[in-house]
Design a binder for this molecule. Structure first.
Ligand code: GDP
Ligand code: MN
Length: 380
């Protein structure tokens, strides 16, 4: 789950990271009032859960309250990468001498968090990583020992930070690491962290991505979710407790278990097809959850064939089959369907599908099912 910039800044501020004063507005009038209170110039920033807002015109500096109102009106009418802007952050504008990057992510290969810093901040860090990887300095953090001061000092020196800023940089880096750990985040990032002409450090942008698997420990963070920012499919999946990721292919997959879902995607590709989604309906999936899952698959216009791969352990195949049939009766999709149901009550499940009156190809093995689905998607 991604947090907005203003939410991430509220969290960072609690960890002593210096943030320019600001507040959120939902209307141009509110933006004007905030500009009056803060005193111009102010920066008006679109609050949408994507990067590159600056380039898209979502970040503007206003020199008067009137200008703040006008610019807020313009930004609130924008769509950035398909997302409508519903809120803006109005913050005291800051003069910039240099833009730095500072961030933490989980390095899965190293099995620990890695802190990264670069003197080339402000811009898209993925772009820097591609074109100039040597400009990014990294330290791995031992989760049992924590982030050590010698590590932050090394980072500060490596990116050429002046000596008088080393202490403040260290404090900010420690605050960032503690917020990352305390929130169960998968990413915490300040881009840019700026050096002002007065020679102080300020976090001008903030981004936190929370690990959904840790969210149950943080009801306060879970409550920060902006449901307006989810696509209808993402929302339906979350509310039904399904793991769903939309992909670019044309074979809709419905599988129980994340590992089996991955294997299914791999074998589809092995036989020359492309999965349209990752969809794990979980263990013990009941008919109603299957129905939601099937609706998600059918909502994707790219899908040309559907593959069910169900391993009946806790999940009973007859329950799944009944779920499939009830949704087919309701939605009557004009798509070829391949089903592989094995395990608990598989005969009963297969019988339900075969006598349903719908044209459903069944398969005994995963390889057979994948080949049939690939052929079906090709119209063979
Ligand atoms: P992003 O484009 O979505 O990453 O949004 P950022 O918050 O990082 O802003 C993009 C750029 O706008 C920054 O790198 C700065 O160059 C500029 N910017 C943001 N806030 C201010 C500000 O208060 N003053 C000035 N002068 N520039 C700002
Ligand atoms: Mn940024």
């Amino acid at each position: 789950m991604k947090l907005h910039e203003y939410q991430s800044k509220q969290i960072f501020a609690r960890y002593g990271i210096p943030i320019p004063e600001g507040e959120v507005a939902a209307t141009p009038q509110e933006a004007r009032a905030l500009a009056e209170r803060l005193g111009p110039p102010v920066v008006i920033k679109a609050q949408v859960l994507v990067g590159g807002r600056g380039k898209a015109g979502g970040i503007q500096i206003a020199r008067t309250p009137q200008e703040a109102e006008d610019l807020a009106a313009r930004i609130l009418s924008l769509q950035i990468k398909g997302l409508p802007v519903r809120k803006v952050l109005v913050a005291r504008a800051v003069d910039i001498r240099q833009e730095i990057y500072l961030g933490i992510v989980v390095d899965r290969v190293a099995s620990r968090p890695v802190m990264m810093a670069s003197a080339e901040g402000g811009v898209d860090i993925e772009e820097v990583a591609r074109t100039k990887p040597e400009a990014i300095q990294k330290v791995h953090i031992d989760p049992f020992v924590g982030l050590r001061n010698y590590q932050t000092l090394w980072l500060a020196k490596s990116i050429g930070l002046p000596a008088e800023l080393h202490r403040d940089f260290g404090r900010i880096a420690q605050g960032l690491y503690r917020s990352f750990v305390d929130c169960d985040a998968s990413l915490a990032e300040i881009n840019p962290l700026v050096i002002t002409p007065e020679g102080t450090l300020l976090a001008l942008d903030a981004k936190i991505v929370l690990d959904d698997n840790g969210l149950f420990r943080h009801p306060d963070l879970a409550a920060m979710r902006d449901v307006d920012e989810e696509t209808p499919s993402e929302r339906a999946a979350r509310e039904a407790g399904l793991s769903f990721v939309q992909l670019d292919g044309d074979i809709g997959c419905m599988v129980n278990g994340a590992g089996l879902a991955m294997a299914t995607m791999d074998i589809i590709q092995h036989f020359g097809g492309m999965p349209a989604n990752f969809l794990d309906i979980g263990g013990g999936a009941r008919a109603d959850r299957v129905a939601v899952a099937l609706r998600l698959i059918l909502a994707d216009p790219k899908v040309k064939a559907i593959l069910f791969n169900i391993f009946g352990g806790i999940t009973r195949c007859d329950e799944v089959a009944r779920g499939i049939v009830s949704v087919l009766e309701e939605l009557r999709p004009d798509l070829p369907i391949v089903a592989r149901l094995v395990g608990t009550n598989e005969e009963e499940g297969r019988r339900i599908l075969e006598t349903s009156g719908f044209r459903i190809q069944t398969a005994r093995t995963l390889a057979e099912a994948a080949q049939k689905a690939v052929a079906a998607a090709r119209g063979a």
